[in-house]
Every structure is written in C-alpha cells, then in structure tokens.
Design a binder for this molecule. Structure first.
Ligand code: PLP
Length: 448
C-alpha cells in the first residue's frame, strides 16, 4: 500500500494528537513504514531525518538493537503483571538503579509524562495532608512552563493554546517569572537573569508558602517554551527557597532526563536533589510508554501507616510494565557501558562548530545550546513561519517542528557528523527560501 492509502485510512479512523483534524484536508499526514537510527521511512520509500527524536522520546536512535533484544528476552518471560500486590525483576532492578543514580529511593510508576506530573502533584499535596497541613493545596509553576495536558498537569502548564479552553476545569497554579536567559536586560548575564527570577519567586513564597504544596519546574530547559534555557543558579536558589519556605521542589525531567542536557539528570548541574523527580520520554529510548516519579524516604514515610487512606491510592493499569522496565534497563546499560554522555560531549562540541554558519546568520537570534539540544529564534515577518518551515524541511527529508519562531534540534544521540551537516545545510537553505517568500509543499501544521 502507498502513502496515499494509509493517510486516507488514518484520517478517517485515527484522531491525531495536538491537531486540528480539519487542517489535514490541506496538510497531509506522513505515514511512516519503518525507522532505523536517526531516519524514518515512509511507504513510498522517502526518508526523513528525525531531528526532534519523535517528540523527544527517541534517545539513542530508532530500532536500537540492544533495547529491542531486551524487550524480546523479557517477552519470553513475563509481558505484564499488575503491580498492586505483585512485583517482578525488571521493576525492582530499574527502581534500584534509578535510586542509586539519583539518591531518591522510592519509585512510583505511570505510563506517560503527564501521569508522572499528576502523581507528583497528588503525592506532594497528600504528604502535606498526612503531615497535618492539608491547607497546602496550591502549586507554583513558571511562566511558559509545560508539564503535560491532563487536567492536573494542565493547571501547572502555562501554554494558553493548550490550557485556555479548559480554564473552567483547572485549579490554576500561581505563576512566577521564568529565568529564560533570553530575557536579559542590557548587559545582564544568564546568572543575573536567574537570580532576578529567583527574587520574584521569593516574593511569591513570602505571600503564598502557607497554602502551597510545591514548586514544579523543568530544570535548565523549558522545552515547549521554544527550548528556553536558563542558568543553574535558578535551580540552586529554588532549592534553597523551597527548603526555607517549606514547600516541595518537583523537578520535571520528562524531556531533559537521561543525558539530554549533558549530565544524566539536569539537576546535577546545580548539585541539587529535588523532592520529586519526574521521568518519562527517553526512559525507554522511545520504545514503550513508561513514566516514573522518584521521591525521598521522608515523603515515603509520611504515607506509611496503619490507615489505608494515608497510603497513596493512585494507580494505572500498566504501572511498572515489565517490557517497558526492561527497555529502560537496556537504556541505562547502554548509557553507562558505552559511556554515551562522554561521547555526546565530544559530539556536541563538533556539532556546535558545524553550526557556526547557522548561528551567525543575520536572521538568527539567541542561538543557544545545552547538551544535546540546540535552538535559535528566527527573525521573520511570516505569521506562518513554523508551518512553512516544517513543510519545507519535510520536502528536504528532515523532520523539524519549530515552536513559534524558535527552531530547535533535539536529535537522537546516534546522529553522525555528516547527518548533522545535512540538517544544517537543509536548515540554511530553507531559511533562505522562506526569507525570499517561498513556501514549498504542504504538511501537517506544527505544534510543539
Ligand atoms: C517537560 C514535560 N513534562 C511533561 C510532558 C508530558 O509528557 P507526555 O506527553 O508523555 O504526557 C512533556 C511532554 O512534552 C514535557 O516536555
């Protein structure tokens, strides 16, 4: 069957995420038949370089042999068992390994990123309730934050396109200024921007700490804000203030965990430990849905009691699925045994050098880089920039989805120098063509 056959059937039967389906009348879906390494292939044999790791999940490359083998082996032993009342090897080993890596010794599992956010928010509130402080029922989140789109997660997400419609359903979080380094005033350093934002956080805490359970943030990079990057001083200050004002710190590393920012977890760069660490996306290398919330002994102990209602009565059917946990173990094995983070450091240096022609373009602003993420803002008058860029890059065989005017590369770690060069060349050509007012082809409208 051809691309055309599949996309006709898909638009009839599948309700696609984050999409106004009517737009597919004009912008066809791209049916994908197979994938390997950094490449996706459609049913007509066209290939696309997956420069966004398929919504940031595909950490090591598509079809990674070691992850595939781990899932196959697990498949012959145990595909699933409910985790309430039962346990199994992959979930125990994964929890032990994550505890050793983070110093957070209790792992609670969900399936997607948003379910991890829900778990952390509920657990934080419930901790305070069990501790006789049930009035601590609000949350603080950063401007332009993104923590998922279920009703609880949406309340701490600050992307009006996603949240405004559902405002009547949401218990909206208290918003504090973002430490986004792009907001530097005159000659402010990224650290000064971070400290200014931290002072604003302290002002809010002075007023609201008594009614607040937790501050939730995306450490170092606010992904859906267009890869807004900030200085680790903000994290250090946030940790200090959360301790001082007695609220939890929830680190949402769903997008940035597992080496994306250059260290295994972004919090390491500020040398802090959050009270809750949310993980998902890259945890299984993009093979299976899995999320996890890690927390401290202190939080765990607040739930440990003879009264069932003091326990954390939250569950998802696929909690701690053995296949997903075995994929996650294979990801950790690969990262550690192949010293991927050290390789990434060298690779990132080379990639950054290759990007100089892009970074120094006249229409590029705020070129920024953190670990295996690069981003820049394009100065353009085009209201349709994101869509036009996405469509033109697809024609050139690259998958990139700008967020507004911010273009970012978040490739699988297997990307080679020559693939990166291809990507940069296609990006420069596309920016040139769009600046001349040309639009090539048509594709799905890009949203984060
Ligand atoms: C920082 C962050 N938190 C939470 C989520 C939600 O994850 P999911 O889409 O798996 O629900 C995302 C997804 O992009 C994210 O980037």
């Amino acid at each position: 069957m051809s691309n055309q056959d599949w996309l006709t059937r898909s638009t009839q039967a599948v309700w696609h995420p984050c999409t106004q389906m009517k737009r597919h009348e004009r912008f066809p879906l791209v049916p994908i038949a197979s994938a390997e390494g950094a490449w996706l292939s459609d049913f007509d044999g066209k290939r696309y370089l997956d420069a966004v790791s398929s919504w940031w999940v595909n950490l090591l490359g598509h079809g990674h042999p070691r992850i595939k083998q781990a899932i196959r082996t697990q498949l012959d032993q145990l595909e699933h068992v409910m985790l309430a009342g039962f346990t199994h090897r992959p979930v125990i080993e994964l929890s032990e390994r994550l505890a050793a890596l983070t110093g957070l010794g209790h792992a609670f599992y969900g399936s997607d990123g948003a379910s991890a956010t829900e778990i952390a928010l509920k657990m934080s509130f419930h901790y305070w309730k069990n501790s006789g402080k049930g009035e601590k029922c609000r949350f603080i989140s950063l401007e332009n934050s993104y923590h998922g789109e279920t009703v609880g997660a949406l309340a701490v997400t600050d992307v009006p396109l996603f949240s405004a419609t559902y405002a009547p359903l949401l218990q909206r979080a208290i918003r504090v200024p973002t430490p986004d380094a792009r907001l530097a005033q005159s000659d402010e350093t990224p650290s000064a921007v971070a400290l200014r934002a931290a002072r604003a956080l302290e002002n809010v805490l002075r007023k609201h700490a008594g009614e607040t359970a937790a501050l939730i943030l995306e450490p170092l990079v606010q992904g859906a804000a267009g890869m807004a990057m900030y200085h680790p001083d903000y994290l250090r200050e946030a940790r200090r203030l959360c301790d001082q004002y007695q609220i939890h710190l929830i680190a949402d590393e769903i997008a940035v965990g597992f080496g994306r920012t250059g260290t295994l977890f972004a919090c390491e760069q500020a040398n802090i430990r959050p009270d809750f660490l949310c993980l998902s996306k890259g945890i299984t290398g993009g093979f299976l849905p899995l999320s996890c919330v890690l927390t401290t002994d202190e939080v765990y102990q607040a739930f440990y009691s003879d009264d069932v209602r003091d326990g954390f009565l939250h569950s998802h059917s696929y909690t701690g699925n053995p296949l997903a946990c075995s994929a996650a173990l294979a990801v950790l094995d690969t990262l550690q045994e192949e010293d991927i983070l050290a390789l990434n450091r060298d690779k990132a240096e080379r990639f950054s050098r290759l990007m100089q022609p892009l970074a120094t373009r006249g229409d590029v602003r705020h070129f920024r880089h953190q670990g295996m993420i690069w981003a820049f803002d394009v100065e353009t008058e085009r209201g349709d920039f994101a869509l036009a860029f996405f469509a033109a890059m697809l024609q050139r065989g690259c998958l990139l989805r700008p967020i507004g005017q911010s273009v970012y590369f978040m490739p699988p770690y297997c990307l080679t120098d020559s693939e990166m060069s291809q990507l940069i060349e296609a990006t420069c050509l596309t920016l040139d063509h769009l600046a001349q007012g040309r639009t090539e082809g048509a594709a799905q409208p890009p949203l984060p």
